[in-house]
Design a protein around this ligand. Structure first.
Ligand code: MRU
Length: 351
């Protein structure tokens, strides 16, 4: 693979490919503090549920390094406080809280099991854990791609929404991994990418990474999805997700619900590509998933140019929830899950 790295950890610095500047500029932003990582997540320099999780892992390493001179007794208390702070950067993708909790658990067990461990030892164990989250994500996504590949045929065209690609993860992507795994195996798949207003992740990121990788991709505006489905151009819908509730309801980028309803109308399968860390068994249904609301400026403007009256009222939820009944299968690294999701999700999370 010769794709741009989304996150690079080097010399205690987190380098993030600035996704707000793609596709016109390829620039890396650097964070050396947990506050910096918080800001990069909040302002979407790094975005996409798995990439947010990986960034949070490194954010916790930076938070821990900041405690270097603290008494060991206070280390854990301070780290927990920083973790709670980091979790508030964005509310919907559960990978953020998942990564923070995994790092905290590592710190707790290290301190509990090795009373002699000094702060430097703990820091090095935490750094290894963050690197492990990073590397695991790449393996997980490749396996999701292989599992997705078993659901499609050579020559198929897949419609996707937002960016659940290499840029949204540590590598391969979740939904887009199927294109990269297909390429590796000499199988030809075509993509239709919704532009994904308001922040245009489909146009700026999905169209960019797929075309850079040599995948046949066609960009459409969001309101064209119904027509391309009606014209028989789409064989499957594959999207990523930010949180799966225990009953199989799925939160993903705003517009996913509409795409799923349309696909159901036209008898097109809807596949949700998700790593298991995005499954939140503590969240009973989609109603319980917190949905981020973002600034109205994202709708009133495109690329800083006003496209609406400056003071018009705006409603800007960043995600929507697709009820489980509109989902054909949830594709994880552990396998393909089909309804009834309340049972099959439980089984896969225990396996
Ligand atoms: O607001 P974003 O760009 O972070 O939203 C991203 C999405 O909704 C993705 O589809 C989702 O995180 C899956 S990423 C593999």
């Amino acid at each position: 693979m010769n794709r741009l790295e989304t996150l690079i950890w080097q010399n205690h610095t987190l380098k993030l490919l600035d996704q707000n500047r793609l596709p016109t500029e390829v620039v890396y932003h650097e964070d050396k503090t947990v506050e910096g990582v918080f800001n990069s997540i909040r302002t979407m320099i790094v975005r996409g549920a798995p990439a947010i999780g990986v960034a949070a892992g490194y954010g916790m390493v930076l938070a821990a390094r900041n405690q270097k001179s603290t008494q060991k007794e206070n280390f854990l208390k301070n780290l927990r406080r920083q973790g709670e702070y980091l979790k508030t950067a964005r509310p919907t993708a559960v990978n953020l809280a998942w990564a923070v909790d995994r790092m905290l658990e590592k710190a707790e067990t290290t301190i509990m099991n090795n009373k002699q461990a000094n702060i430097d030892t703990i820091l090095s164990i935490l750094e290894d854990e963050a690197i492990c989250i990073h590397e695991e994500d790449i393996q997980i996504n490749r396996q999701i791609g292989l599992n997705l590949l078993s659901l499609v045929s050579d020559g198929d065209t897949i419609l996707t929404h937002c960016n659940a690609g290499s840029l949204a993860t540590a590598g391969y992507g979740t939904a887009l991994s199927v294109f990269y795994v297909a390429q590796e195996q000499g199988i030809s798949l075509k993509a239709y990418a919704d532009e994904t207003r308001p922040r245009l992740q489909g146009a700026r990121l999905t169209a960019f990474e797929l075309s850079e990788s040599g995948v046949d991709v066609t960009l459409i505006t969001d309101n064209m999805a119904a027509l391309v489905m009606a014209q028989g151009k789409i064989d499957a819908v594959v999207v990523g997700c930010d949180r799966v509730a225990a009953n199989g309801d799925v939160a993903n980028k705003i517009g996913t619900l509409g795409v799923s309803l349309l696909a159901n109308h036209f008898n097109i399968p809807v596949y949700i590509a998700t790593p298991t860390p995005t499954i939140d068994m503590n969240c009973p249904t989609g109603i319980d998933i917190p949905i981020e609301e973002r600034s109205g400026e994202e709708i009133r403007k495109v690329n800083d140019t006003a496209v609406a009256p400056p003071d018009v009222k705006v409603y800007n939820p960043a995600f929507d929830v697709t009820p489980a009944r509109y989902i054909t299968a949830i594709v994880t690294e552990k396998g393909i899950i089909r309804p009834p999701f309340s049972e099959t999700l439980k089984r896969i999370m225990l396996s």
